[in-house]
Design a protein around this ligand. Structure first.
Ligand SMILES: Nc1ncnc2c1ncn2[C@@H]1O[C@H](COP(=O)(O)OP(=O)(O)OP(=O)(O)O)[C@@H](O)[C@H]1O
Length: 484
């Protein structure tokens, strides 16, 4: 940061420490002013604007937190870094809740000090425009998608009060370094929220690294998180960069955090507290500047009670929580979600517009939708696939019983849609055969006297669930009425 001209106010009542911080910052090229009490700090803040405020927690005339509150009330843009006594995690958490950009524990490690200040000062320069967004800011995520802040928020479809609150919270907490824990049932959009947090933060141009904690074998966790030098363990044939290093300057998204084993929880806690990691096989620790966003569908507070999750880590990760309601509790979002998802599925350029009939929407309103938006997305996917292939808007069955009522036509009756009726028959037979053969497609094909290729084709065409878990409740029938 040698060329930085950000201006910084340092508030500490110990003259020696004040001088130490001042010299360190001047050497980094910042402009620095100091104050020894709340009153002095207030006077300075009245006179000038700063990019960063660094304050001790305990001052002779009150708590540093009061300055934070005043900055917030006055809607000032200074990013605050609070210095708290070692071991007082409560203070750090409290400071972050009060809107501090970050915190440092005393005795302050100067290397860490420089990293944290650089991050705060840099953030200010990226989002120097009034408000927290620079619409031109883009982020290259690990999947290569380019998102700007408003696009990232727009991807979260829904106008329910609950969804609006989530979006407001994202905008409010995005600029801080404070860890965020996103909770919600599977498929409610936790990853979308995490991405929006990143896109709305000053880290948007830095890496976004998303990790599914439940998908990594336990014995590889440490190397994956912290990296490993060549030869650190059998199979480590090259240096391997860990998630923390890969996310340097950006956001590390820890999905399914509740799945981390206890031993790894301890190591993660240490990395978060110390802000440095030591790759396997390395002797030196590396400082890391990473914002941690985690997500879980589990009730972590309960896991803490039962001893499955460390309380201290929970405390660190859950400084700010964003809870996403299940879709069934915000059904007013359904119409907009259906429209947006249909558009996403069909691609706006392929079809003019896709919409659902009122009757299908009404049916959706009564679905349990335990799989939330992901389930809705799957339902619509199938509807589109069937609509395009068979050019029908009739409902295919989704489980073994489905379609049975219409398949029992009186002998002299005629179906009013032959193709749909035949599909239902075929579907019911295939489902029965699959069930009878334990969902082994080869066996089911042999039983029905057709080839594996043929059964595969038919399963795909009729969109038949091929494992027991895929089967949805009978009430899901008749949802496939999509109009192109
Ligand atoms: N509000 C929303 N607007 C538009 N799409 C959404 C919304 N919520 C979720 N989705 C979509 O639903 C799917 C599931 O979302 P996502 O993966 O973010 O859920 P999740 O809560 O992280 O799920 P899991 O816990 O299973 O990992 C994605 O395709 C996502 O784009």
């Amino acid at each position: 940061m040698g060329t930085s001209t950000a201006s910084i106010l340092v508030v500490d009542d110990e003259p020696d420490l004040r001088t130490l911080y001042e010299l360190t910052l001047l050497r980094e090229g910042y402009r620095v002013q100091t104050a020894g009490s709340l009153a002095e700090a207030r006077a300075q803040l009245q006179l000038c604007r700063f990019e960063v405020l660094i304050t001790d927690m305990r001052l002779p005339d009150g708590l540093g937190m009061e300055l934070l509150r005043e900055l917030r009330e006055q809607r000032r843009k200074e990013r605050a870094i609070v210095m708290t006594a070692y071991g007082s995690a409560e203070n750090a958490v409290e400071a972050l809740r009060y809107g501090a950009f970050d915190y440092l524990t005393k005795p302050v490690d100067l290397k860490q000090f420089r990293t944290v200040v650089a991050s705060a000062a840099h953030g200010e320069s990226v989002t120097s425009a009034p408000g927290m967004f620079t619409p031109s800011t883009t982020v290259a995520s690990t999947t290569g998608a380019i998102l700007n802040p408003s696009a990232a928020l727009d991807r979260l479809v829904g106008t329910s009060v609950a969804m609006q609150q989530v979006k407001q919270r994202i905008q409010k907490v995005a600029p801080s370094m404070a860890p965020v824990l996103i909770t919600g049932e599977s498929g409610t959009g936790k990853e979308l929220v995490a991405r929006a947090l990143h896109a709305c933060s000053h880290r948007a141009n830095a890496p976004w690294v998303a990790v599914n904690c439940g998908a990594i074998p336990e014995h590889l966790l440490e190397a994956e998180f912290f990296g490993a030098l060549k030869g650190a363990f059998t199979g480590a044939t090259t240096d391997r960069e860990g998630f923390f290093s890969a996310a340097r300057g950006g956001t590390l998204f820890l999905d399914e955090i509740g799945e981390l084993p206890l031993s790894m929880q301890a190591k993660l806690l240490r990395a978060i507290q110390e802000r440095c990691v030591r790759p396997l096989g390395a002797t030196l620790e590396e400082p890391v500047d990473v914002r941690i966003v985690s997500a879980t569908h589990r009730n972590l507070a309960e896991d803490v009670q039962s001893g499955r999750f460390r309380q201290d880590l929970y405390y660190r990760l859950n400084v700010i929580d964003i809870a996403i309601q299940p879709l069934r509790e915000r059904r007013e979002d359904l119409p907009a979600l259906c429209t947006a998802l249909l558009r996403r599925i069909t691609g706006e350029h392929i079809h003019e517009a896709s919409s659902l009939s009122a009757s299908v929407l009404a049916q959706l309103q009564h679905q349990p939708l335990h799989g939330n938006v992901r389930e809705l997305e799957n339902l619509l996917h199938r509807a589109i696939a069937l609509g395009e292939e068979a050019n029908v808007s009739a409902a295919p069955a989704t489980n073994e019983n489905a379609g049975d009522s219409s398949s029992h036509l009186p002998a002299d009756a005629l179906p009013d849609d032959l193709q749909a009726w035949l599909d239902q028959q075929e579907r019911a037979i295939l489902t029965r055969a699959l069930q009878a053969c334990g969902y082994n497609r080869t066996a089911a094909a042999a039983r029905l006297g057709i080839s594996l290729r043929q059964i595969r084709y038919r399963i795909a065409r009729l969109n038949i669930p091929i494992s027991p878990e895929d089967i949805e409740p009978a009430s899901d029938n008749a949802l496939y009425d999509v109009h192109h």
